[in-house]
Design a binder for this molecule. Structure first.
Ligand code: OAD
Ligand code: ZN
Length: 246
């Protein structure tokens, strides 16, 4: 079966790089983006230029984020997160590349410096001008006091979740480190991503072109299934559960 083949590939690999999308966190209660009921089926994304230009857009963006806070605050690592953390502790995973913003790889035991976040992190906020970091509780307090999304106390520019919106520049350091990991691994695991958002979606092919084996684990087909060495079209928790170790 797929799980058995995956087990063999993991056993044979010396450097495994997981690349994760929102599908690994759905069992933790966090909706993905493009499945039925996903975030982008309920709300249209607010592009970066709109966030910058419009106080209304910033208010709406923060209202959405505050509404999600109970979900993010309650979420615990799932079987997929725990399986990858087990492989990491066993020394088989030098680092993990994620499109996720939920901090659950860190919560599962990855050192923060070994989690390459391509799309940032929603568990804190950052000034888009001077990059000063803020706690969400600070933003909430300011919002509640003034009735609208606050600006940076230092430079006056808007404060946003520390995530990457459409139209916003990719984090340069994360892109460089993700490229390095991708080109030097011998097994690349694309897990729970529709692989439609670029440049992130370019990493599986980069791994393949650099000689790694490519496994795609996703319950829906993706455009890159035909270049994969193994496609497992099943639930991630069920597929990776057997690899949860100590
Ligand atoms: P998507 O919502 O596009 O894709 C998630 C995939 O996971 C879907 O194909 C689901 O079928 C699959 N899936 C969900 N739950 C699963 C489960 N339990 N087992 C197996 N498969 C499951 O999410 P991403 O690919 O992560 O970026 O989205 C990429 C980017 O688009 C996000 O990082 C975000 C979004 O816009 C930005 O906001 C910049
Ligand atoms: Zn600032």
């Amino acid at each position: 079966s797929g799980v058995e083949q995956l087990g063999n590939m993991i056993a044979e690999a010396s450097s495994i790089v997981p690349f994760t999308g929102a599908g690994i966190s759905t069992e933790c209660g966090i909706p993905d983006f493009r499945s039925p009921g996903g975030l982008w089926t309920r709300n249209r994304p607010i592009p970066f230029d709109e966030f910058v230009a419009s106080q209304d857009a910033r208010d709406e963006s923060w209202r959405r984020r505050f509404a999600m806070e109970p979900t993010f605050a309650a979420a615990k690592p799932g079987r997929g997160h725990r399986a990858l953390a087990s492989l990491y502790r066993a020394g088989k995973v030098p680092g993990i590349i994620t499109q996720n913003i939920d901090n659950l790889h860190q919560a599962s035991g990855f050192k923060a410096t070994d989690v390459i976040e391509l799309h940032g992190n929603t568990t804190y906020a950052r000034c888009i001008g001077c990059s000063k970091d803020y706690e969400l509780s600070w933003v909430k307090r300011q919002f509640d006091q003034s009735g609208s999304a606050p600006d940076c106390a230092d430079c006056g520019d808007p404060v946003k979740t520390a995530t990457i919106s459409f139209g916003q520049a990719m984090p340069e350091d994360a892109m460089l480190r993700a490229t390095e990991l991708t080109k030097t691994c011998d097994l690349f695991l694309a897990i729970g991503s529709s692989l439609v958002v670029w440049p992130a979606a370019g990493f599986p092919m980069m791994a393949k072109n650099s000689g790694a084996r490519l496994v795609i684990i996703n319950k829906e087909p993706t455009d890159q299934d035909d270049i994969a060495d193994l496609v497992i079209r099943h639930d991630i928790g069920d597929t990776l559960g057997p690899f949860v170790g100590n």
